[in-house]
Design a protein around this ligand. Structure first.
Ligand SMILES: Nc1nc2c(ncn2[C@@H]2O[C@H](COP(=O)(O)O[C@H]3[C@@H](O)[C@H](n4cnc5c(=O)[nH]c(N)nc54)O[C@@H]3COP(=O)(O)O)[C@@H](O)[C@H]2O)c(=O)[nH]1
Length: 892
């Protein structure tokens, strides 16, 4: 469908284009001129044709008339000649040749001797009489004499034109036979005529230079012929062709209208001819004139039309340029993202600009204003946008109109007539007004705002991020400085967040962070800032403090209370507390970095002092921070400095009281601090990554020790080694374990690795896969600190483990705390259901031991039996156990 529309649109456009082209003068003018030229030349040729026909008809008539006249004249001449010959013949027959001519001449019956010579020849051909007189000659040899002598008739015969014997002049001979009284041949009468006599009627005025009057014999031999002044004879002409209506003939290379008439009683034809060229000369002249006139008219027409065409073409080009410019402008303005308002300035009598009239707009303007083009056009600016008089727009329009230049600005739009939140204005001067180009930049502004927001806010919680916290803190410090006020910076870290994140997954962790963030925001004042520093760390910037820690404590406790409220994640309620460290400006620092660092140190102190509490910064805290850094540095060299040692805590069967295994526990013999428990350095080793190398050393040391005890002939026991998250994540864990077993020679079945529940739950699939790999080597796996994580029963079933260890936090108050008792029983029952061994750690009292034993717990570990001790002491225990009776309590 769109294609069809396009085609129709195209054909309409093409049609209108051709229509427009057809109406262009520079197109119609040459066509009109061609028509005019055609008409001129058609008329000219038509006129010439008519003239030619008329000239030809005139020539034919003229030659007809000439022939008629000539025929009559020659006929008269011939009749006279015939009569003269008859009279002479009669006179000779009657009176004899001697006196006949004289007598006739005396009576004036003979023609003029100037033209005619009349001779009488006797029967022998001798000229016996002649007028005018001349020397006697004989014509006996002449053909005409012989014809008459031999032919009895007395008809006049016409001879050929030939030279006269006497004078040598050309003469046409007419002859007649003379008979004697007996009718016998007595001679002939000869009348010689100058041939010019028969063409004397030639009029040069009428017949021109090439006309013809001729007397031609029926035999085609010319007797007399005149063309111009020239008289000729003797030529042969196919005279039969000339008999009849006048026609064009050419016997001597000259085209003539000619016609011939048969002369009555004589074998002669009177031929009249008029030269075609001469007859048509006038016509030709007129034809040339006509052609010249038409040519001149055409040339003038062409020149004038060319000038007019050039002028029209230039005009059309100019119009086309203007039209294209208009079309381009219209298309550009329609396709433009900008709204156009062409505004004409209205001036008062003094020339001051009073208002602006909207002259034209585009469709974008309609969209921007919600008004149609018709509504907008002719509208006065102040009527439509009265606010423009007060918000500076009118003043800018006026300034640009009067002084020129360009005004460009981005404005936050408050005018409801324009449907955009943000506008970009560009105003340029035009004749008598301005063009305002207005673009809706709301989307761009929104995107910019979003980018700025994203750059300064945490994407998860929407809280200010580290950079904005820093900025707010800087402003709060400046404000505090000016107004002599304190600023509190509180560093908040969620306790046990890692457990939630690792146990329930990142999505649950994110949900928890969002919920906690929103609760914190709900606790503070409008001008306070709650920001997320990263991970589970939050920062409060609390300006306008009045040197009252108790008031601040109320707020911070409120936050603590809000955070600790349970959050339902994945359908189960989860509780996290938070540790808060506070630093005060100006007491604890005068710049954001120092304040944040000190608040962080205070927060660590809060963690160290049991979590879920608030600590205000003291200088001593920084000392512990420095201490931490020093410990980290010491850890780097401790391994090579052989400062580590491993102690072993026995694991005992509750049923028999026999040691069946030991847990390897690391100690650091610090060069300055003495023996250090792992709680003080394992987290640092974990943080710095040193735990991987240290853990590998513990593993090898423990395996070697286990093998050493066996080599001493002692009953083999299980050696349990702790694996931290960083160690477990190490891609080479399996290889390291295999290496330790190989180096030590310990059978894998005597090695047990203890991993925590939360460690496995971080990435259940991968953890289980790795555990299976270890189990496939023959190693046992045990879940340490069970009950503190969030593993589901379904997940637990998939773990390739052999035992669970009840965390000592549930054992500690077993005697008094019914909740811990319930938990311990539940874990024991769960182990039984999953067919796992269960061991309780931290057993310090006989009551705890009895409760566990009665509840079905298999094994125990704790100070009640033994603290972690040197390997030599374990050796003693094992040796003693070999032949000892079962302990007393185990019998109970
Ligand atoms: N990744 C590694 N972690 C290790 C290694 N060595 C130790 N640790 C971990 O350090 C934590 C603290 O250990 P420690 O200070 O040695 O404490 C252990 C015992 O001494 C203590 N314990 C044992 N019985 C009792 C008791 O009756 N009361 C009481 N208050 N404490 C007792 O418990 C710790 C053993 O706990 P657990 O590991 O959960 O079995 C500790 O978490 C160790 O895991 C190491 O080489 N690598």
């Amino acid at each position: 469908m769109p294609k069809a529309r396009h085609v129709r649109h195209f054909s309409t456009t093409a049609h209108s284009k051709w229509m427009r082209l057809a109406l262009e003068t520079y197109v119609t003018l040459p066509l009109t001129m061609a028509l005019l030229l055609g008409a001129i030349w058609a008329f000219t040729f038509h006129f010439i044709d008519i003239e030619r026909h008329a000239a030809r008809a005139g020539a034919a008539d003229s030659v007809q008339e000439l022939a008629d006249t000539y025929e009559a004249q020659v006929s008269r001449n011939l009749a006279g000649i015939e009569q003269t010959l008859s009279v002479v013949a009669y006179a000779v027959e009657r009176k004899g040749a001697a006196g006949a001519l004289q007598e006739l001449n005396s009576h004036g019956l003979l023609p003029s001797g100037l033209v005619f010579t009349v001779s009488i020849a006797d029967a022998q051909g001798r000229i016996v009489a002649r007028n005018p007189a001349a020397r006697a000659l004989s014509v006996a040899t002449q053909p005409y004499f012989r014809v008459h002598r031999d032919t009895p008739g007395q008809d006049v015969r016409v001879g050929e034109t030939q030279a006269d014997d006497a004078a040598g002049d050309p003469r046409l001979h007419f002859t007649r036979r003379i008979n004697d009284a007996d009718g016998e041949f007595a001679g002939i009468v000869i009348m010689e005529v100058d041939p010019g006599y028969f063409t004397a009627g030639y009029e040069r005025r009428r017949q021109g230079e090439q006309g013809v009057l001729a007397l031609v014999g029926n035999d085609g031999v010319v007797r007399a012929l005149r063309t111009g002044d020239k008289i000729s004879w003797g030529d042969q002409i196919d005279v039969r062709a000339e008999v009849g209506a006048p026609a064009i003939h050419s016997w001597d290379g000259v085209s003539r209208y000619a016609t011939a008439r048969q002369l009555q009683g004589f074998p002669l034809l009177a031929l009249a001819g008029l030269s075609e060229r001469e007859q048509l000369a006038q016509f030709e002249q007129r034809r040339r004139n006509s052609l010249m006139e038409a040519g001149v008219a055409s040339a003038v027409l062409v020149v004038l039309a060319s000038l007019a065409w050039y002028w029209a073409w230039q005009g059309a080009r100019a119009r086309r340029r203007i039209r294209r410019a208009n079309e381009t402008y219209a298309a550009a303005s329609e396709a433009n993202m900008d709204a156009f308002f062409v505004l004409q300035g209205e001036r008062d009598r003094k020339g001051a600009v009073t208002d602006f009239r909207i002259v034209t707009t585009n469709s974008r303007a309609e969209k921007l204003t919600g008004l149609s083009r018709e509504q907008l056009q002719s509208m006065m600016l102040s009527a439509w946008l009265p606010q423009a008089r007060h918000n500076g727009i009118f003043a800018e329009l006026e300034r640009i109109m009067c002084k020129g230049g360009v005004y460009e600005a981005e404005l936050h739009n408050t005018m409801p007539q324009l449907h955009a939140r943000w506008l970009h204005w560009q105003v340029v001067a035009v004749a008598d007004g301005v063009v305002a180009i207005v673009r809706d930049i709301s989307e761009r502004k929104l995107a910019e705002e979003r980018i700025v927001h994203m750059a300064h806010h945490d994407t998860l919680t929407g809280l200010p991020n580290r950079s904005l916290i820093d900025d707010r803190l800087r402003q709060a410090i400046l404000h505090g400085e000016r107004n002599d006020r304190e600023v509190a910076v509180a560093f908040i870290d969620l306790d046990s967040f890692k457990l939630v994140n690792d146990g329930l997954g990142h999505t649950a962790g994110d949900e928890l962070l969002k919920e906690v963030a929103s609760r914190m925001v709900g606790c503070v004042r409008r001008h306070d800032t709650v920001g997320r520093f990263g991970g589970d760390e939050f920062v409060l910037v609390l300006p306008e403090q009045h040197d009252s820690e108790s008031a601040l404590m109320v707020l911070l406790d409120k936050i603590r209370e809000a955070v600790i409220q349970p959050v339902v994640l994945d359908g189960q309620p989860v509780q996290v507390s938070c540790s808060i460290g506070v630093a005060m400006y100006p007491r604890d620092g005068s710049d954001p970095d120092t304040l944040l660092m000190n608040a962080d140190a205070a927060m660590y102190r809060a963690k160290d002092t049991g979590k879920n509490n608030v600590q205000f910064y003291t200088q001593e805290m920084n000392a512990s921070l420095e201490e931490k850094l020093a410990l980290m540095e010491g850890l780097r060299t401790a391994l090579h400095g052989e400062q580590f040692l491993v102690q072993y805590q026995p694991k005992v069967r509750l049923e028999t009281g026999r040691v069946f295994g030991v847990e390897a526990l690391l100690r650091w013999r610090h060069p300055e601090r003495g023996m250090m428990p792992p709680d003080q350095f394992i987290p640092l080793a974990e943080e710095s990554g040193a735990i991987v190398a240290i853990g590998e050393w513990v593993l090898l040391t423990a395996c070697r020790q286990g093998r050493a005890w066996q080599d001493m002939g002692l009953h083999p026991i299980t050696i349990s080694v702790n694996v931290s998250p960083r160690q477990f994540d190490d891609a080479r864990l399996v290889a390291r374990v295999r290496r330790a077993l190989e180096i030590s020679g310990l059978d894998p079945k005597w090695l047990e690795l203890e991993v925590t529940e939360s460690l496995i739950m971080r990435d259940l699939q991968q953890s289980v896969a790795k555990m299976r790999e270890l189990k496939a080597m023959g190693i046992s796996l045990s879940i340490d600190d069970f009950g503190t994580g969030y593993s589901s029963l379904a997940a637990l079933k998939s773990f390739p483990i052999s035992s669970l260890k009840i965390d000592k936090s549930f054992v500690r108050d077993l005697d008094t705390n019914s909740d811990d008792q319930a938990i311990a029983r539940a874990i024991i029952s769960l182990s039984h259901q999953l067919q796992l061994r269960v061991i309780a750690e931290g057993v310090e009292t006989t009551q705890q031991r009895s409760f566990l034993h009665e509840s079905g717990c298999h094994d125990m570990q704790g100070y009640l039996f033994s603290r972690p001790v040197a390997p030599e002491l374990i050796q003693g225990m094992l040796e003693g156990q070999a032949d000892a009776e079962m302990p007393e309590w185990s019998m109970a």
